[in-house]
Ligand binder design. Structure first.
Ligand SMILES: [Zn+2]
Length: 506
């Protein structure tokens, strides 16, 4: 009876290990033929174990070893598939076959040695044949790895040449030094997200459930990644967030370590050489070296990537994000000695119980808005004509201000509560100061692509420009922060021949 229970338990383990890996591999877009092969191996093992009499002649010790070894073997095989697939493109099959052949050859050789007489000699011959085949397959897989690697370097070098050409071609715009504060939106490529991650917070995209759905759900959209340059007559050149860097977008496998690669998609970011931060700064007449301060709204990699180009800047961010939120430390490597953590001890600011008057003259106020990350902060920039509230990822778009109707995915529990609290404070701040306009990091609506783009085209929106943005806001939202008709987001599945869907407001 105990033996039977043990057998059932081990079978369940084997099935679970195999099934978990099947799911993970599918999520990581491992090709279907590989999954079928893996499923077949799994099936054969299970049938062999369940069949009465199989393994019957083995001693108890060996039987236990075999039972324990099978789930371990399946798990390792799955891990191997996942890891190898994420290092290279398709040399998986020959590599896998080479490893199997060599392992088999070693086993045959060991058994051949132990058995005396003819059958032993036959086994030895077989072992050498298998070993030879394994070596050939290994060389094949090595060659294909180096071909894939060579191609990767070639593509990267080509893109880098285009980027450098774009920097040289820029440099025509003259800076205007008339004492006005200038703000330039900088679109550093796009990120691919699931529709639910962006808009599904009230449809179950919360906590662990939400995270799993971001891996499984194939309803994807592309949203822009924005950083903002501030040319301030008193405080120099400042950046709010830094966007993605070109390596992140073009060389995902080279940039991220193994764990990060398993957790992210290869095509997470898209960027043309002209969208590179350095190219865009050059176009505006600036140099990345001149940036003195970066206000990082939070640590996420689509905001911190550009830090790789700004090793001299002081990076101002909430200490809680640095201590609890860094998932991809690579982006911070060059600036980790230049971090500055605000104390948030300048007293309350409107609806915010605490804030930091960064320069002490009321020009830049840092406002803690935790929730999206442990130490998320928004940045309020005062202009003569009003103000700009840089939202980071606290809210993604104007419709997200209707936080009871449209919500991004939230972490769950206390973090969701904090996130909603931050949104309500922002509502109050905007309601009490009609001269302030919100600017978002990932706005994929008309507000960003048309209105903000034209109002900030030369960096100075003026009173009229700010009023136009607020007027648009009033066409989207009621004074009670509800959506007006025609502004609820809906996912439109991809048309034939296109990879991603889009968002329609109706
Ligand atoms: Zn973001």
């Amino acid at each position: 009876m105990l033996k039977l229970l043990g057998k059932i338990g081990l079978l369940v383990c084997a099935l679970a290990a195999g099934a978990v890996w099947l799911v993970i591999l599918r999520l990581k877009n491992v090709p279907v033929p590989l999954l079928v092969a893996y499923g077949l191996v799994l099936g054969v093992f299970v049938v062999a174990m369940a069949w009465p009499g199989v393994l019957g002649r083995l001693s108890t010790r060996r039987r236990v070893a075999a039972f324990a070894g099978i789930p371990a073997g399946l798990g390792t095989l799955g891990l191997y598939l996942a890891v190898v697939y994420h290092v290279t493109d398709l040399p998986v099959l020959p590599a896998l076959a080479a490893v199997a052949c060599l392992a088999w050859a070693v086993a045959a050789l060991l058994r051949g040695r132990r058995t005396a007489g003819d059958p032993g000699a036959r086994r030895t011959r077989r072992a050498f044949l298998l070993g030879g085949a394994g070596l050939v397959l290994g060389v094949m897989s090595g060659l294909s790895v180096s071909r894939v690697e060579g191609r990767r370097r070639e593509v990267l070098a080509g893109l880098e040449r285009q980027r450098q050409a774009a920097v040289r071609a820029a440099g025509t715009r003259k800076r205007v030094a008339d004492g006005a504060v200038r703000v330039f939106p900088i679109h550093t490529g796009d990120t691919i997200v699931t529709y639910g991650q962006f808009y599904g917070g009230l449809d179950g995209w919360e906590g662990l459930n939400g995270y799993v759905r971001t891996l499984v759900d194939k309803a994807q959209i592309a949203v822009p990644v924005h950083a903002y340059l501030i040319d301030h007559p008193r405080h120099g050149l400042l950046l709010v967030d830094t966007g993605v860097n070109s390596e992140q977008a073009w060389d995902h496998d080279g940039y991220y370590d193994m764990t990060s690669r398993l957790l992210t998609e290869r095509d997470e970011y898209r960027m043309t050489p002209e969208q590179d931060l350095r190219v865009q700064l050059a176009r505006l007449g600036y140099d990345a070296e001149e940036i003195s301060t970066v206000f990082l709204t939070h640590v996420h990699d689509d905001h911190a990537g550009g830090l790789r180009h700004l090793p001299r800047a002081t990076v101002v961010m909430d200490r809680r994000d640095w201590e609890h939120g860094v998932l991809y430390p690579h982006s911070f490597e060059l600036v980790k000695d230049n971090l500055s953590f605000p104390a948030f001890d300048s007293g309350p600011f409107g609806p915010f119980p605490a804030g930091q008057d960064h320069f002490g003259d009321g020009s830049v106020i840092l406002l803690p808005t935790p929730g999206h990350s442990p130490g998320h902060m928004c940045v309020l920039l005062r202009l003569d004509t009003g103000g700009v509230l840089f939202m980071g990822d606290t809210l993604y778009t104007l419709p997200h201000l209707a936080v009871d109707q449209v919500r991004q995915m939230t972490i769950g529990g206390a973090d969701t509560v904090r996130q909603i609290g931050a949104a309500r404070r922002i509502q109050k701040m905007l309601a009490s100061d009609p001269g302030v306009v919100p600017l978002f990091a990932h706005d994929n609506t008309r507000y960003q692509s048309e209105l903000v783009a034209s109002a900030f085209a030369d960096g100075t929106p003026g009173e009229e420009g700010l009023r136009a943005l607020r007027a648009h806001m009033d066409t989207v939202l009621t004074p009670g922060w509800r959506l007006r008709p025609g502004h609820a987001p809906h996912f439109v599945p991809p048309a034939a021949g296109t990879a991603r869907g889009r968002v329609e407001f109706r």
